[in-house]
Design a protein around this ligand. Structure first.
Ligand code: SF4
Ligand code: SF4
Length: 280
């Protein structure tokens, strides 16, 4: 069972929730993997402190043109939706950073002038945090295309439970993360910004067709508009976690609140029970 933890914006407590849930599921006797899909800024390792056992470079197949075979017919340029290949006079150029590796240009080229080469997009590190399987991706500096790396991280899913820590926002990497999750937890906080971004996250989850629920973090700091919105939209609020300075202190020292803040785990129990119930 795959559970994705997502939010429309950063700073809602997504990683705190994801890492603590992974440990709680493991302590319930389940086989668990925690996968940090926030490949631009992974930080789950700070809290889980995994032992990294393997490091794998991830490549994207991109085209390279044999100019001697190219007849400048422009068919590759016409099919490319990303402006990643263009005919300039008698030369056909590839802009590898723009290429999404869809493979279209290889198919339409009448002279087989296009072949494949590899472009490095980042690395995936695998390991364990105690009994919890761990993996995160690290996007290469300057690289803009993160979904292929997210995909590579997701290949480390457990055959038990997998907790997917999604990147913040609602763009391609977040969509790639939640795509095939059995349950998506949308983490928000009851502030005007939080509500605005929750609405975007709800739109994303609905368009993807995900089963989703809301978790309200720091539930006592704002107003009741988030709750009213969820009621109106018939969205289930599965858990509400009140603001607690001790959680922030624990976070700032790289600790897990389920161990460092008495009572914190109780707020996560409805989520753990739902996850376990969904899989049984
Ligand atoms: S593989 Fe796809 S995205 Fe890349 S250059 Fe060819 S057509 Fe464009
Ligand atoms: S489709 Fe092939 S032959 Fe035509 S311009 Fe592109 S690389 Fe050249």
């Amino acid at each position: 069972m795959k559970v994705a933890i997502a939010s429309g914006k950063g700073g809602t407590g997504k990683t705190t929730l994801a890492t603590n849930l992974a440990i709680m599921l493991s302590r319930a006797g389940e086989k668990v993997a925690y996968l940090d899909c926030d490949v631009e800024e992974p930080n789950g390792h700070i809290f889980l402190k995994p032992n990294i056992e393997k490091r794998e470079t991830v490549y994207l197949p991109v085209p390279v043109v044999d100019q001697d075979k190219c007849i400048s017919c422009r068919k590759c340029e016409e099919i490319c939706q990303y402006n990643a290949i263009a005919c300039m006079g008698k030369k056909t150029l590839v802009f590898q950073e723009l290429c999404h590796a869809c493979g279209g240009c290889y198919l339409v080229c009448p002279t087989n002038a296009i072949s494949e080469t590899d472009r490095e997009v980042g690395v995936v590190e695998d390991g364990h945090a105690g009994p919890v399987g761990f993996a995160h991706g690290k996007l290469k500096i300057g690289e803009a295309l993160s979904p292929p790396l997210v995909k590579a991280v997701k290949q480390r899913a457990s055959d038990g439970f997998t907790v997917l820590d999604a990147p913040p926002g609602t763009s391609c990497p977040a969509v790639e993360t939640i795509m095939d999750a059995d349950l998506v937890l949308l983490v928000t906080e009851p502030t005007p910004f939080g509500l605005n971004d929750l609405k975007l996250a709800v739109d994303m989850a609905r368009q993807v067709g995900s089963l989703f629920v809301v978790v309200v973090n720091r539930s006592d700091i704002g107003d009741d508009k988030t709750r009213k919105y969820c009621d109106q939209q018939r969205i289930e609020v599965l858990a509400e976690i009140p603001n607690d300075r001790r959680v922030a202190v624990c976070y700032s020292t790289g600790g897990l609140p389920i161990d460092g803040v008495p009572g914190y785990a109780d707020y996560l129990l409805p989520i753990v029970e739902r996850i376990l119930g969904g899989a049984r």
